[in-house]
Design a protein around this ligand. Structure first.
Ligand code: TXA
Ligand code: MG
Length: 351
């Protein structure tokens, strides 16, 4: 399949610019598009055959459900049953934006989109291209991250091209995304809301709106524990992983730098290609391998934004061992550490 790539300026979408993408989606085809979190791989969410194509293009296990993307609140009435009041409160506070909620699904939502579950994940994205695409298609767009299953999520069109060229109908290049980590997921089908995946919308931000919430055990776990099965099916798979072996070093800054320098020096000596993820604060202190700067410790937005791009660039360079510092796990740091731990297969050294 030949993949058509079109460039659109998110701040200036011309009236007919999305026409072809809309047509492809209506015909049951696949279009990758930018959202504020990561690039999504879109298809008509109520069309079973179109969802099947998503799983095929991504190489995604079919029990891993998709998120339906909507552009107006009325969609909740059509796609869900028993939508609780807090659903509307959270929508009011965070939509359009990087929050996904899990609801009881209505009849019109096919099991092919929910991985056989009776619940459905819904998000209203704020990115102008995503919003316009959904609005003009007049459909609910199922969209997982537009990466091959298991690889880091795409934060730039070139990442999507790396993974999806030749596998889908169209890629809309709308430049780099704003956030760089996938949406926060919260399950509101039970008596207490449960955080299933941390993201840009943090626990304190949600609690400020609806009071105390619970956090799925799998989100808090810092070790690989087979007895803990995450409630978001997708979170159980090896994910976000670069091809090289990633190890996280945790402890006081100086000790971490020293330990990473030691192991990086040894691996380089043995002839391996070594990479280090450094912060602005420590960048100059590393003396081996390829050192990449992820941003200042005081600027978690930038760290979140660069993480997947850095992991992918190490892949491109054929890096075999990657070492990274760890980050505070409150606020946005919770999402950053969650993705890092999964990317590292929970390989963590405390010094
Ligand atoms: O930011 C995002 O959410 C991006 C953009 C494109 O919107 N999408 C995204 O989709 O990250 P995906 O498919 O890569 O991740 C969706 C996650 C998976 O872990 C999946 O298991 C979980 O949401 N999920 C979907 N439906 C669910 C449900 N009914 N119950 C529990 N988890 C669900
Ligand atoms: Mg994904």
């Amino acid at each position: 399949m030949k993949t058509k790539i079109i460039k659109i300026d998110s701040d200036n979408i011309l009236p007919d610019q999305l026409e072809e993408a809309v047509e492809i989606l209506k015909q049951g085809g696949l279009v990758a598009f930018p959202t504020e979190t990561v690039y999504g791989l879109g298809a008509d969410g109520l069309n079973k055959e179109a969802s099947r194509k998503i799983y095929e293009a991504k190489g995604r296990p079919s029990d891993n459900p998709l998120i339906l993307h909507i552009a107006h609140l009325g969609a909740l009435k059509e796609l869900t049953i028993d939508c609780p009041e807090i659903g509307y409160q959270l929508a009011e506070a965070f939509w359009p934006g990087p929050l996904t909620m899990i609801f009881h699904k209505s009849e019109i939502v096919p099991y092919s989109a929910t991985g056989g579950l009776d619940t459905v994940a819904i998000r209203m994205p704020s990115h102008p291209i995503a919003y316009e695409l959904i609005r003009q298609t007049r459909a609910y767009i199922a969209a997982p991250s537009a990466n091959i299953s298991g690889r880091p999520s795409p934060t730039k069109a070139e990442h999507v091209i790396e993974d999806m060229d030749g596998r889908i109908d169209m890629i809309i290049d709308g430049g780099s995304v704003e956030i760089g980590l996938e949406s926060t997921i919260i399950d509101i089908t039970g008596p207490v809301p449960v955080l299933l995946r941390p993201g840009y919308i943090t626990v304190p931000m949600i609690e400020a709106v609806v009071g105390k919430i619970a956090v799925d055990k799998a989100v808090l776990s810092t070790i690989s524990d087979p007895s803990i099965v995450p409630k978001a099916p997708g979170m159980k798979y090896k994910h976000y992983a670069p091809k090289g072996q990633l190890t996280i070093y945790e402890g006081n800054n100086e000790a971490v730098v020293q330990a990473i320098n030691k192991i990086a020096g040894e691996k380089q000596e043995e002839g391996y290609k070594v990479g280090i993820i450094a912060t602005d604060e420590t960048f100059d202190a590393y003396s081996y391998g390829t050192v990449k700067r992820i941003g200042s410790r005081s600027d978690e937005d930038t760290i979140a934004n660069r993480l997947f791009d850095i992991l992918r660039s190490f892949d491109k360079e054929g890096t075999e061992f990657i070492y990274t510092e760890s980050f505070e796990s409150n606020q946005l740091g919770q999402a950053i550490m969650n993705r890092l731990l999964k990317a590292a297969g929970y390989h963590k050294v405390t010094v």
